[in-house]
Design a protein around this ligand. Structure first.
Ligand SMILES: [Zn+2]
Length: 459
């Protein structure tokens, strides 16, 4: 049977993110099945017909955005609950709430989080292994049609977060099972990675065994790499090295590793990460809300200067609260200008790369996604430039990074399927789902007895 064809016709600009970083004015894109087959000037592709034609006039088309660190499953029922200054009490409360969730809660909150991501242009994301009922949530992923990387979060050391500690052999087995069961599921939209929680809460044996499982399955590993003073001192005292050198000694600082957050490193560690080819995902919205002093402790400009592969993430909805891809791109562009007092740092073009092709490379998926090119998956975002925030449009990259946000996302395709049209998700009744998650959140807060009153009187 012939593949269904689709054409996005007459787009105002196509920001391709291809190797030449071409921006095509009056561009068209042809899709066959789930792949892009042609990209060019509308006039050149005028004779190409398709089963479905999307009018691209007034639209800026980009590749789908990539979020390299986003715990998808538990935040939306309680997002906005926590006061700013919980400090070390924050994460134990988050995990307590998560533990009290039912499978149906997790399904509904996952679907709502995915709805938010897709609606604002994120088409691929990593859920770093904290979904408890993966089988059930696979239905949410299927329904939404997102591209997702899943895994099973494992750790074998006691931790102040009160996360359940596994026996090392059990943790290795769980990683093996998850990777073999889910990798390539849903026609390849799902990838499964090894997900040891962090070098702090995992033994060297667990780190290296899970990394080896990923390598032999042709997939990758990710971990939280967020070195605080305690861990830095521990590495120095116990191992006589930095946290990054410790990862290297464990044999996991490789091109098959994606380090999430990457805060608390020194310049020589940034260089080592780049030299070893490990990828980094930085989460600006979460870092700045958490008071991490990102521009001092997150060496994004240095990592880029050393040639490291870097993408962006947001962390969970209750860490950052903001899941929107363009907000992260904006922050990557502006934070270091301010923090370092240098307007030349991380130009708009670099920031946009971090959210698209760079993010794809940080996931080892830049052969499939991250740019608008023939042969790549049809993960595409159409921004409606007939809105005030887009006026006046002269340079689409500057406007994307500094003016626009997810509100102007009009249409989204993942793997050739239209999942958002005219600002509305096509796979779910959004207001109904929002109401359901509110109800589930109210019940969850009661059940877990986690309550924080508003500082202002609610009358
Ligand atoms: Zn995380």
């Amino acid at each position: 049977m012939a593949q269904q064809t689709l054409k996005i016709d007459n787009a105002r600009f196509v920001v391709t993110m291809d190797p030449q970083r071409r921006i095509i004015a009056d561009g068209s894109i042809v899709v066959s099945g789930n792949r892009i087959t042609q990209v060019g000037k509308a006039a050149e592709l005028a004779s190409v017909s398709a089963d479905t034609v999307i009018d691209g006039s007034g639209m800026v088309v980009t590749p789908g955005f990539i979020n390299g660190h986003m715990h998808i499953s538990y935040a939306h029922a309680v997002r906005g609950l926590f006061p700013d200054d919980l400090g070390s009490e924050y994460l134990p409360n988050v995990f307590r709430l998560q533990a009290a969730m039912t499978p149906e809660d997790e399904y509904a909150t996952s679907l709502l989080a995915i709805t938010e991501l897709l609606k604002y242009g994120t088409t691929t994301f990593i859920d770093p292994g904290t979904t408890t009922h993966l089988d059930l949530c696979m239905d949410a992923y299927r329904q939404a049609g997102c591209r997702i990387i899943v895994g099973w979060n494992v750790l074998d050391r006691p931790n102040p977060l009160n996360l359940p500690v596994s026996d090392t052999a059990d943790a290795i087995r769980a990683t093996e099972e998850t990777v073999s069961r889910y990798h390539g599921a849903l026609d390849g939209l799902v990838s499964a990675w090894a997900m040891p929680f962090s070098s702090e809460f995992c033994s060297a044996e667990l780190l290296s065994a899970t990394h080896a499982i990923a390598q032999s399955a042709g997939t990758r590993a990710t971990l939280h790499f967020n070195s605080g003073p305690r861990w830095i001192q521990h590495c120095r005292q116990e191992h006589g090295c930095t946290p990054t050198e410790y990862l290297d000694r464990c044999g996991v600082l490789t091109p098959g590793m994606t380090l999430a957050h990457c805060l608390g490193i020194q310049d020589d560690e940034a260089r080592l990460i780049a030299e070893r080819g490990a990828a980094v995902v930085m989460c600006p919205t979460a870092a700045i809300k958490g008071g991490a002093r990102m521009t001092q402790h997150g060496l994004l400009p240095e990592l880029l200067n050393y040639g490291a592969t870097v993408g962006l993430g947001t962390d969970a909805g209750n860490n950052s609260n903001l899941l929107e891809a363009l907000r992260s791109v904006y922050l990557a562009a502006v934070l270091y200008k301010d923090g370092r007092g240098d307007v030349g740092i991380i130009p708009a073009e670099t920031a946009l790369e971090l959210g698209t092709i760079g993010g794809a490379a940080a996931l080892g998926m830049d052969d499939i996604i991250g740019s608008v090119e023939p042969g790549k998956a049809a993960d595409l975002v159409l921004f409606d430039t007939r809105r005030s925030e887009w006026a006046a449009l002269h340079n689409p990259v500057n406007s994307l990074v500094y003016n626009a946000d997810g509100r102007s996302v009009h249409t989204v395709l993942v793997n050739g399927r239209v999942v958002v049209q005219d600002h509305r998700p096509l796979f779910v009744d959004e207001p109904e789902l929002v109401a359901e998650v509110q109800k589930r959140g109210d019940a969850l807060v009661q059940r877990a007895a986690v309550k924080f009153d508003s500082r202002w009187p609610v009358i």
